[in-house]
Design a protein around this ligand. Structure first.
Ligand code: FES
Length: 255
């Protein structure tokens, strides 16, 4: 099924640094703000001299009243470095919303994210305000600015850090089994490093809770045309992360 999408000339409204190499940027994008669903992504065209780069980003928030979309991204390469140096008032071209997002016809989901994988889950938490809990993982306390971003939307926030400087020392998978023992969830949505998503999917299966994962792949076109994001599913099919995903039922992509 092809979902509606728009190509918009957007203006950067705000750009601020949240943490080490992590930025939040808000854009005017009336049509995309109207259409976007949690888990979908956008392709941002970044012009640098003669070079034109397109980069995929998860949508972290939409404000339909003010017709804006927000993304939270890590500065990890050339394109994101250029983006992080752009100022309010500058223009970018955005294509979106793209792909298929998370199921939202659920009553009490548990969201699990690591690092900037928490960005699309923030949109999900806002859409299901008051019904969701979240487990967030990061390297240390400095990365846990996410707690304040999620707090308005969630009932319970659980934190793990690699170094134990905040919350439980370890990873989301360290505390997941005991959380699933004490509370009933009707779905789990996870986004972050693949090793974490695989671990979550395994524990979710053991506890009989449906789990969706949001995959990250290098993307070319973002539209299902170039095959650069193709993956093999567990039932032997070829699927495109940009078009068929980026969100998949865990059992479809992790054996
Ligand atoms: Fe081109 Fe997915 S990015 S097919």
């Amino acid at each position: 099924m092809t979902l509606p999408k728009q190509l918009e000339e957007s203006t950067i409204l705000t750009q601020r640094q949240l943490g080490d190499c992590v930025y939040l940027a808000t854009f005017s994008a009336p049509e995309i703000a109207k259409l976007a669903k949690p888990g979908q992504f956008i392709q941002v065209r970044i012009q640098h001299g003669d070079v034109m780069l397109r980069r995929p980003f998860g949508v972290a928030a939409v404000d339909r009243d003010h017709q804006t979309i927000t993304m939270i991204y890590r500065k990890i390469g050339h394109g994101t470095r250029i983006l992080s140096e752009m100022l309010p008032g500058e223009e970018v071209n955005i294509l979106g919303p793209l792909g298929h997002g998370f199921r939202t016809d659920v009553k009490h989901p548990l969201l699990i994210g690591g690092g900037v994988g928490l960005a699309p889950l923030l949109f999900y938490a806002a859409a299901l305000k008051g019904k969701v809990d979240v487990i967030m993982g990061g390297r240390n306390e400095d990365e846990m600015f996410w707690v304040n971003l999620f707090r308005p939307y969630v009932k319970n926030v659980y934190v793990t850090t690699d170094d134990g400087s905040m919350g439980t020392k370890g990873f989301p998978t360290t505390i997941l089994p005991q959380i699933l023992e004490k509370e009933d969830y009707d779905s789990i949505a996870v986004c972050g490093p693949e090793i974490m998503m695989r671990g979550v999917a395994k524990i979710a299966k053991e506890h009989h809770v449906p789990c969706e994962v949001s995959l990250e792949k290098r993307m070319g076109c973002g539209l299902g045309a170039c095959l650069s994001c193709a993956i093999d599913t567990t039932d032997g099919k070829r699927k495109k992360v940009c078009k068929d995903g980026p969100v998949f039922p865990a059992e479809e992509v992790f054996a």
